[in-house]
Design a protein around this ligand. Structure first.
Ligand SMILES: C[S@@+](CC[C@H](N)C(=O)[O-])C[C@H]1O[C@@H](n2cnc3c(N)ncnc32)[C@H](O)[C@@H]1O
Length: 195
């Protein structure tokens, strides 16, 4: 059954530093929706360390077997079964969500999907809501490293949306405000948005 597990090395590398931040920023959240859970490694690592909240993984159906395998192996008890939630296709049908987490999805999405993700999260989070968004970003049109510039070029050549600028995310996320920008490993940042 655990044979269904897909594996991401970046997830293994970034999960501990991300968790350090989630312990702070999700301290008062009770239900967190993860957008683009991928392999399921993050959900299986974060949920047991955040026992005060319920974790809702989501991704396309093709990824559910891997997500379930990681969750079963970790014996997670505060995780709901993965649901399909593809921004641009599925609408928000979640109840009582007051936190959102998404890692390495914004630069994969097409620009209109990234815009819709920011707008959808902003619309559906309650007043005390928190959105933790991890990945590579541009600041005032500038990359944070040469490797991110090369990565962006290769993303766009492969048909992905590419690295988004913090300024455009801020516009799209209104009325969320960008409360914190934490420098993370491998030229990534964790953006903490609050309503
Ligand atoms: C690079 S993977 C990151 C997976 C995982 N969050 C991680 O950090 O390893 C990007 C994920 O975003 C998902 N994704 C791509 N476009 C999406 C969209 N429009 N809405 C929701 N998820 C999307 C993909 O299915 C994939 O699982």
């Amino acid at each position: 059954m655990f044979d269904n597990k897909n594996f991401s090395q970046p997830c293994e590398n970034n999960k501990a530093p991300i968790l350090e931040q989630l312990l702070v920023h999700f301290a008062n959240q009770t239900k967190v929706l993860e957008i683009g859970s991928g392999t399921g490694q993050h959900a299986a690592f974060f949920a047991p360390a955040l026992p005060h909240l319920t974790w809702q993984p989501t991704d396309i159906a093709d990824n559910h077997a891997s997500i379930n395998a990681w969750l079963e192996e970790a014996k997670c008890t505060n995780v709901l079964p993965p649901e399909e939630f593809f921004i641009g296709k599925d609408s928000w049908s979640f109840q009582d969500v007051n936190g959102v987490f998404s890692a390495n999805t914004t630069h994969i999405m097409q620009p209109h999907e990234a815009q819709l993700m920011m707008q959808t999260v902003a619309l559906n989070l309650p007043e005390t809501g928190v959105f933790c968004q991890y990945g590579p970003f541009k600041f005032d049109g500038k990359y944070t490293s040469q490797s991110n510039a090369q990565f962006d070029q290769s993303l766009q050549q492969r048909g992905f949306g590419g690295i988004r600028d913090i300024a455009e995310l801020k516009n799209w996320a209104t009325p969320l405000t960008l409360d914190d920008m934490i420098q993370m490993t491998a030229n990534n940042h964790l953006l903490v948005w609050r309503k």
